[in-house]
Design a protein around this ligand. Structure first.
Ligand code: SIN
Ligand code: CO
Length: 393
């Protein structure tokens, strides 16, 4: 079993058995490559750009007891005359920085479809987002400065919250963990565990979030998908053709049969799988998708000759599923992709997080027809913002 530095030398299997969704894990120097990647000014600037989802939290009042939240768009005015305690949260940092997106590789032991986005928080000394719990798994990684983390009790939807606040804040925490994280350190926090992170000095913390899709969202997507499939819009079996006692009653048997019809739709069609892949690959922040110009195959070939690399566009989810022993089906941005079978192995490498260049693509060795198909596919994927193509600095 491979021991992973990001998990402090334990294997993924040990992590899943011992910690995942069960208990927290602190790893000192888990991600040394995060050091020096970002400084607070980068985040201040980014937060004020178009298409960014950000929140500015402030604490007001004599006891810093009243919280306020200002949602993006944010501008310089919002950062003038701030009270001493504030926090700036920027979502989907990975969509704007390939270097940050590359940090996901440390978490390749968890399927990509579980990934949410990478959020960053920036706070001056004393700043925090308050005592709270989240419904998802999060790896908190200290990127700049220091933050003190306290962990408390597990919470439920009935846990008491501070009234009249714009955030779901806990009045207190039963602290059993109290540590200061330095750049490169990681803290895994399982869902529903209360946590409280207070900046020790000007600090940046990255949150690598992992979630499960919500069942109601899945059902919603499923019904939308069914509505586009005329063959499923058949009337349910006729329940009226039975002798009844009372005209006004809907019997439990009738309801059970109606439910059964719906369950059969879920079970006996491939539509649920398609709806799920469509939901899993939808962009949560469509504003962060770049608008790429069309690229010709000749231009792409030239770029590759100059050392360009091709990788998955960080703002896009590219996933695949096996449809039989030999074939893969690819999905991105909520849609099924039309990929020639011969090109599937290359696209799989991209979906698995690999970065491709002229050498690794081995263009010279493949035949001219495939090379042409491959370049055409990359040009189309680039125009649809499913891959990014750039020359590394
Ligand atoms: C923070 O980075 O301050 C907040 C992250 C979290 O609590 O999930
Ligand atoms: Co949290």
């Amino acid at each position: 079993m491979q021991s992973l530095q990001v998990l402090g030398g334990i294997s993924a299997a040990e992590f899943f058995a011992e910690y995942w969704q069960k208990k927290p894990l602190l790893v000192k120097n888990a991600l040394p490559d995060v050091k020096g990647l970002l400084v607070p000014d980068d985040i201040l600037e980014l937060a004020q750009e178009d298409g960014i989802t950000a929140r500015l939290l402030t604490q007001q009042g004599a006891q810093n007891e009243q919280w306020r939240v200002k949602n993006s768009p944010l501008n310089t005015k919002d950062f003038k005359k701030l009270p001493p305690l504030w926090t700036l949260l920027v979502q989907a940092l990975d969509h704007f920085s390939p270097d940050i997106a590359a940090l996901w590789q440390h978490f390749d032991f968890i399927p990509q479809w579980r990934r949410d986005d990478i959020m960053v928080s920036y706070a001056p000394k004393g700043g925090s987002v308050g005592r709270h719990y989240d419904q998802y798994d999060v790896f908190l990684v200290q990127a700049y400065g220091k933050r003190r983390w306290q962990l408390g009790q597990y919470c439920t939807p009935d846990s008491e919250l501070i009234p009249n606040q714009p955030l779901r804040l806990l009045p207190d925490m039963d602290v059993h963990f109290d540590e200061i994280l330095e750049p490169g350190d990681l803290l895994y926090v399982p869902p529903t565990l209360s946590h409280y992170g207070v900046a020790e000095d000007n600090c940046l913390t990255l949150s690598f979030g992992f979630r499960m899709p919500d069942s109601t969202q899945l059902l919603d997507q499923f019904t939308d998908h069914l509505l586009s499939k005329p063959d499923t819009q058949i009337p349910v079996a006729d329940l009226a053709a039975r002798s009844i006692q009372s005209a006004g009653e809907v019997s439990p048997t009738d309801l059970a049969m109606l439910k059964q019809q719906v369950i059969q739709l879920l079970e006996n069609t491939s539509y649920f799988d398609e709806a799920a892949l469509s939901l899993l690959t939808e962009s949560k922040y469509p504003d962060s998708l770049p608008e790429n110009d069309a690229l010709t195959t000749a231009e792409l070939r030239e770029l590759l000759d100059e050392g360009a690399i091709i990788q998955r566009e960080p703002a896009t989810r590219l996933l695949y599923r096996p449809v039989d022993e030999t074939q893969l089906e690819f999905w991105a941005q909520g849609e099924k992709l039309d990929v020639p079978a011969k090109l599937a192995p290359v696209l799989k490498r991209l979906a698995d997080g690999e970065t491709l260049n002229l050498q690794s693509l081995d263009l010279q060795l493949t035949d001219a027809e495939i090379t042409d198909q491959l370049l055409t596919m990359f040009c189309d994927l680039y125009e649809d913002a499913i891959v990014m193509i750039h020359i590394p600095e």
